[in-house]
Design a protein around this ligand. Structure first.
Ligand code: SF4
Ligand code: SF4
Length: 203
């Protein structure tokens, strides 16, 4: 289990991350953008003023970012961004020297830096059995409820336990889902004979 700062640093270590926005037509857009710098619970990246990505960030103030490393660990985040202009620009070039090939000399002037400063995310690891996941938040944001919960309506029949692909439901009164090992697939939810399993957030 890690901290939000550690999970953001994983995105920096991956570096070639996917960043998504919403276009003016309401449709999703995604592209590979380097995560250039992480300091504590703040993540920095940049783009050029002429790009649609820039306009979408300025219009919505939001971004979603995800990356997968060679150990099959995924980190995804979504949250609020602000344009900080040329602040950190020279430092980003120092820490990412390949940028000098793409924007040599004074052409870096066309770039502006964005800071992801508030949001929530999730660490997800497919390399172990059962899978491991951990939600996190940063910058004062709260973690949104996700997944499923077994309520006191449970009659202890064991159907959910037998139908779970990750064997992450434990006997009890009521039965209990080990949340950090749950895929959120919904198979238990669909198979409970007395509808004792609810989607989190619908309590
Ligand atoms: S299937 Fe429903 S009633 Fe049966 S053990 Fe699971 S939660 Fe309880
Ligand atoms: S949502 Fe899927 S993985 Fe999670 S407890 Fe239910 S059956 Fe298991």
């Amino acid at each position: 289990m890690g901290t939000a700062a550690q999970y953001l640093q994983m995105l920096r270590d991956i570096r070639d991350t996917s960043m998504a926005t919403v276009g003016a037509d309401g449709m999703p857009r995604i592209r590979i953008i380097d995560t250039m710098l992480v300091e504590g619970e703040k993540l920095y990246f940049l783009t050029a003023r002429g790009k649609d990505f820039y306009r979408e960030l300025m219009a919505t103030g939001h971004v979603a970012i995800t990356g997968l490393n060679s150990r099959w660990e995924t980190v995804r985040v979504r949250g609020k961004v602000k344009n900080i202009g040329h602040e950190y620009l020279d430092r980003i070039f120092e820490e990412n020297p390949s940028m000098n090939n793409v924007y040599p000399g004074e052409t870096r002037e066309i770039l502006e830096v964005f800071c992801l400063y508030e949001g929530e995310g999730e660490y997800f690891c497919l390399a172990q059995e059962p899978i491991e996941r951990e939600p996190f938040s940063f910058g004062g944001e709260e973690i949104s409820p996700k997944g499923f919960l077994i309520t006191d309506e449970c009659i202890g029949c064991g159907t959910c336990q037998a139908s779970c692909p990750q064997n992450c439901i434990e006997e009890g009164a009521p039965f209990v889902i080990r949340q950090n090992n749950c895929l959120h697939c919904g198979r238990c939810f669909e198979n409970c004979p007395v509808s004792a399993i609810i989607r989190k957030g619908n309590e």
